[in-house]
Design a protein around this ligand. Sequence first.
Ligand code: OXD
Ligand code: MN
Length: 595
Amino acid sequence: MAMSVKNEKLNKWIREVADMCQPESVYVCNGTKEEYDLMMAKMIAGGSATPLKKRPGSYLFRSDPSDVARVEDRTYISTSSREEAGPTNNWVNPTELKETMKGLYKGCMKGRTMYVIPFSMGPIGSPISKIGVEISDSPYVVCNMHIMTRVSSRVMELLDAGEDFIPCLHSIGAPLAPGQEDVQWPCAPIESKYISHFPEENLIWSYGSGYGGNALLGKKCLALRIASAMARREGWMAEHMLILRLTNPEGKQYHIAAAFPSACGKTNLAMMRPTIQGWKCECIGDDIAWMKIGPDGRLYAINPENGFFGVAPGTSYDTNPMAMDTVRENVIFTNCALTDDGDVWWEGMTDEVPPHLIDWKGRDWTPHSREDAAHANARFTAPASQCPVICKDWENPNGVPIDIFIFGGRRNSVVPLVFEAYDWDHGVFLGATAASETTSANIGAVGNLRRDPFAMTPFCGYNMGDYFRHWLDMGDRLGKNAPRIFYVNWFRKSPEGMFLWPGFSDNSRVLKWMCERIDGRVEAQKTPIGFLPAEGDLDLAGLDISPEIMKELMRIDTDAWAAEIPDIRAHFAKFGNRLPERLAVQLEALRRRLE
Ligand code: OXD
Ligand code: MN
């Protein structure tokens, strides 16, 4: 099979990997439905996929309990110097890391098929798109890549015509000895998992995990870590952002890109149904934005992905009806619970809890069981084209012009519902100091506060100090065409621990205010932290919320803000002389304003 590949670099790479990993056979993927169905049929026969009677073309997988999320501790940015990777990334020098990983890769695909997956991130042939080729020994990865990226023989044709590609090597790290029976979710133990990136040579090596971002290498590894490093070299942006189009009652369109840390509701916002009269919201992407300055000097964004890899728990017809409709068919579910009639279920999906389920570990489950039925990071992999509110321009190769950037996170207290940056530098400061309480999308403690600049901490493929500078440079280049920058917190709680803001569809009220700000229709209050909505400017029509609660949502506790200063200072100090002076100036200005 590999012999038919005409691209010389690809051919050589396939041979080298096959020599090293020693698979039983090599298969070059073409992305067809037949291929997907064949792969699924094999996984059903092998017992790892469960077809769902209630959802056409859909399957449930259960991972190994040790392999349920991205492994940030085992993720490396391997540049020639540690300084280049910066203080927020794990680093080992490339020679050493490659030696270690070659030891692991040696013979690691024995008894398995090695799949060669040619894919495009972004519409095939778009000037913003990039081609990748993933080599993987996991048929689960092949099927997920079919949904999440554009896998197709057209990509292979571009490669055959000499187009370059980003090599993404993946192995689950579980060779099979002759006659050895396979397990349901083969993977390697945590201490031999490696998710490695070599940004100086646009190369990805992943070993030992079969889950999500560790294994579907087009997503976090290519479209964020490698792409962010390429973007800085080439003068564009690769960001952890949803993209949506909002249309006002007069038909004016606004394009918004928003960065929130993992599991903070990007998918919900991207597919939101506005509660405000006459406004329409359409989804362009829910996780990643690639942005370039267009011929008119504005910033244009595409979603490089082809599907949604969304967090299932908490998704319901109340919280995200459009996601629920997206996942009715042709979906891969991972680590959800199985109902007795052949459907999936997860915590928060329905008010009524089924009396009996098979939980994500394959055990009988009842409402009396001590553990959740679905894993907190259970996921759905669904084609973006199935989303009822997918924007007709979501595959426009030229992208959509961004008007508004939003940053935010999950903060119980301190941060008000919304405020606007004074200007670009202040906005970059807000992005650079964004903080959130941690969630289950990454392995580690849940609920600690962490600074997560631009929601990119786990995804920036180079020194974060240089990344801040890149943002400032982009602003200088964009000048008056730069998007306006806002900061939001949907998660502020009362002293009793209740969420103050209803969120979800009602977040449209906040987005409307942003649009009115950029149109100059509303004045704002200047405060020490930024511009806040003037009283009465947030459209609350039809919302049952008391003036006291609104006051609390918008309250600026200057003492609490002042108390953040030392934390921000310590956060900035990590970047040493790579921290742009303009951000230090912003911190000092905030300190003075709070005095
Ligand atoms: C994701 C994440 O899967 O950010 O999108 O973890
Ligand atoms: Mn994400």
